[in-house]
Design a protein around this ligand. Structure first.
Ligand SMILES: [Zn+2]
Length: 553
């Protein structure tokens, strides 16, 4: 046979074809990714509790999870993150906090209990130095009745100390304030200004900066102006601390439309990147706004819940109890902060407008009342995911109401380990045994939303984990743990900080676990929460926080 017509490929051609086939099979780095995380222990928290070494992320979503070499060989990444063998968790979600409130607290100089105007000025100056970037400088809480010289102050020395930045220092009751010259100019106030029903103090033809009582228009203008600038800074400050604590999403339990608009604007500007689930406060202006538009679900901001208060707090004896408090010899049961009709009206509005209802209930009576209202409107099992916030003190007969109407308990384990030092005085031993009953609440629907209620408690989700699992405060008290029958397992606590909070915010299709197709919100820690010895938990550090595949400082 003429070798020129041999149908078999020549050895050279065969070698080339084999190489082509091999390259196709290996497909070495033939896929693009924005980010590859590797050399990690990725705790996916998926239903099979898979742990992977690496994952690839594109357009903010996880495209593949797998063994180290599989991911590294397959993806050509713009950015890689070597986790150095450390654990990676789904981004932590705080299920109940006051994100804006936390930030605002950082923005005001605390002038309470200052012993003189000198001390007020000292504190204001120290605060100005610690916060050099903010525009308006607000202080609150001075009280001249505590001073040796009880005269109302003026702005003479304030102008010398802080000449170029507007400063407004409010009295403890908010009915008087001292504004420096810059603040007076911002408000357009002069010695000729006159406001009926209020006092703008003028001495020798000059403003002293003292504004008293009904200076409504001017006062409100100063305040609004200060508020807009301060709120913006507060949101940025809160974001910085949250990201440092490993939080990628927060549930703000009560905001107004103007703040929500500001959040949306700052997210569009790209300066606010943490996810915010904003519950609206049950004020008519908030509800009117969303009655027209319905729930608002955007990339990083969700508005689809209404927050109400049924009662007060246990510490100040505002929590509404079925039987009187144990530590006051009266018939004092606490405070109901709205009528049953009010809550029923909100519940009907929520159901009609597709909103989730979330009600602060601390005392057993408040819990019973609202679970009854919810039951009347929900009428049995459902997927509307209404929530009771705190569910702190429960009558044993009422636990089952969470299950009967599929209501999610949203609890704060650090409240248990803060309140335990005095809660028995308020409640007595019998009621205390049914308070902070997280395991029993968990059993109702198989999930719990966990949060901190910061700034009432500290911001760190690791404290939530410690309090939920070991039921001890950060000093390790009590040695045996507080009411350990209601402790959560480590896995349960972790789910409560991630996937269960995602379910409680309707975001579980995108968030809460690390799975293909979900958004790449994750946190890298230097210790494994599922294994670290209890004593080492306090030393756990957040190594990195990513929101939607982006490493945020
Ligand atoms: Zn709260």
């Amino acid at each position: 046979m003429n070798p020129a017509f041999d149908p078999r490929p020549s050895p050279r051609t065969a070698w080339f074809l084999a190489l082509v086939v091999l390259l196709h099979a290996c497909a070495y780095k033939n896929k693009e990714a924005d980010l590859v995380v590797h050399n990690a222990r990725i705790m996916t928290l998926d239903s099979a509790e898979h742990v992977y070494a690496a994952m690839a992320i594109t357009n903010g979503r996880i495209v593949e999870l797998g063994p180290e070499q599989q991911i590294l060989n397959r993806y050509r990444a713009k950015e890689t993150f070597d986790a150095a063998g450390q654990p990676v968790y789904p981004g932590f979600i705080d299920g109940h906090c006051h994100f804006l409130g936390y930030g605002l607290n950082k923005q005001k100089a605390d002038l309470r209990n200052a012993k003189s105007w000198d001390e007020v000025l000292e504190r204001t100056l120290a605060f100005a130095k610690a916060h050099p970037d903010t525009g308006w400088l607000l202080g609150r809480g001075w009280d001249q009745n505590l001073w040796a010289l009880k005269d109302l102050p003026d702005n003479a020395r304030l102008n010398q100390l802080i000449p170029d930045r507007p400063v407004l220092l409010q009295r403890i009751d908010g009915h008087a304030a001292v504004a420096n010259q810059a603040a007076l100019e911002r408000a357009g106030l002069t010695a000729k200004s006159a406001i009926s029903g209020g006092l703008i103090e003028v001495r020798d033809g000059r403003l002293t900066g003292l504004l008293v009582d009904n200076v409504v228009e001017v006062y409100q203008r100063i305040f609004d102006d200060a508020e807009a600038a301060t709120k913006r800074q507060a949101l940025l400050d809160a974001q910085r601390d949250c990201l440092a604590a490993g939080l990628t999403m927060v549930v703000d339990a009560g905001l107004d439309v103007n703040t929500i608009d500001l959040i949306q604007q700052m997210q569009q500007e790209g300066v606010l990147k943490i996810r915010i689930y904003a519950m609206i406060s049950d004020k008519p202006e908030n509800m009117e706004r969303y009655a027209a538009t319905g729930p608002m679900v955007s990339d990083r901001l969700i508005v689809r819940a209404v927050k109400c208060y049924a009662d007060g707090a246990l510490g100040s004896r505002g929590a509404l109890l079925i039987k009187p408090y144990s530590d006051v010899d009266s018939t004092w049961n606490g405070l109901l902060r709205g009528s049953r009709e009010h809550f029923l009206g909100i519940a009907q509005w929520c159901k009609a407008h597709g909103f989730q209802m979330a009600t602060h209930c601390i005392g057993d009576s408040a819990d019973r009342l609202l679970l009854g209202v919810y039951g009347e409107v929900l009428g049995g099992t459902n997927d509307l995911r209404w929530r009771i916030e705190h569910a702190q003190c429960m009558d044993p007969a009422d636990f089952a109401l969470f299950k009967a109407n599929t209501v999610i308990p949203s609890v704060q384990p650090t409240h248990a380990t803060s309140d335990m030092l005095w809660a028995d005085e308020r409640l007595g031993a019998e009621r205390l045994a049914n308070a902070y009953a997280y395991e029993r609440l968990l059993r109702q629907n198989g999930l719990l939303a966990l949060g901190t209620d910061f700034p009432v408690e500290g911001i760190s989700p690791l404290n939530t984990f410690r309090s939920a699992v070991f039921r001890k405060n950060n000093e390790g008290v009590p040695a045996g743990g507080f009411q350990m029958a209601d402790a959560l397992t480590r896995e349960e606590a972790l789910r409560g900080m991630t996937i269960w909070n995602a379910i409680a915010t309707f975001t579980e299709k995108d968030l809460g676990t690390l799975e293909v197709g979900k958004l790449a919100d994750f946190v890298v820690l230097d210790r494994d929460l599922l294994r670290t010895a209890e004593g080492d938990l306090e030393r756990t550090k957040v190594v990195a926080t990513y929101v939607q595949g982006e490493h945020l400082p």
